[in-house]
Design a protein around this ligand. Sequence first.
Ligand SMILES: Cc1cc2nc3c(=O)[nH]c(=O)nc-3n(C[C@H](O)[C@H](O)[C@H](O)COP(=O)(O)O)c2cc1C
Length: 337
Amino acid sequence: MEPNLKTRYMGLELANPIIVGASKLTASVEGIQKAEAAGAGAVVCASLFEEQIQLEQWKMENDIESLSNVDAEIGGFFPSLEHSGPKEYLHWVKKAKASVKIPVIGSLNAVDEGSWVDYAQMIEDTGVDGLELNFFHTPGDFEKSGAEVESDQLRVIEAVKAKIRIPLAVKLSCCYSNPLHFISRVDQLGVKAFVLFNRLFESDIDTDEIRHTTPLNLSNKGDHKLACRYAGLLFKQVKADVCANNGFMSGRDIIRAIVSGASAVQVVSTLYRHRHDQIELMLAEIRQWMSQQNLSDLNAIRGKLAAVNVNDRFIYKRAQYVDLILRSQELLESPAP
Ligand SMILES: Cc1cc2nc3c(=O)[nH]c(=O)nc-3n(C[C@H](O)[C@H](O)[C@H](O)COP(=O)(O)O)c2cc1C
């Protein structure tokens, strides 16, 4: 019998846990259709950014350079923003949603509270199945406290939640002094999912030219570990589902997320590197592993290695760090990976 890869994520039924994350891959009707044809369980549309909203409002088509407060994440996308204001965005998202059967999740990254609420409603009106709020705070203000940043974000979530009916997911960066506390406060507001964690877009430095560069900044093998750790800590501790994100490259990585407690996984970088065929390869790897494990339903193994289920909770504790220090000589002497 075919192994069952179905999962429930933010109240939606997915045929499998692979979601193509918000990116250029999901920035058009064709991109969304391609993700479905490749076998994805769901798709998150590329985000609508505040700067796109402002561009349309201010008609600043020829003055992109002068925009202040520009989010690092969208820096590289500016050339394509000129002709992609919110009207166009809402138009193609509506068309994309109507053209596929898999769940389509909208994505919004605004700045002003008014924009968050207004555009969340407009995205809901396109018919999407859910909405991901892409919180991307770029520290740059020495005066603003962490508590203020958090309360601004909580206010936005509450305001959006009050106005829309579709399920809400919140995509967070890991840069909170205590992510668990913030996640638990957001959970109490009734969001349906956490996407952990957002990828920070960092500039690099060209040492020959002594200037900044903005590489595509794809994730690397092994980057999945942080999301697995948090999925493991949150399993059965929050009501919302967890979607693991950042560094999931293979079927084995996805299994790692599921056994940690995640309901789904978002992938982007691996599709940039290996194209959409990678989705079928990942699914095949999961199926093969399931038959080796004699497992007919992927849900049966969810959270097996979560903190609440691991008797030796050592792995989620500070002791892990101490152990690593004590074993450092042994690690130094072992062959280089
Ligand atoms: C080129 C590119 C564009 C992206 N655009 C968005 C976006 O519009 N909104 C968003 O929330 N995340 C965006 N992301 C982040 C991805 O959705 C995802 O969170 C991140 O790449 C981590 O997953 P990965 O390790 O599989 O790449 C983008 C990533 C890339 C590489």
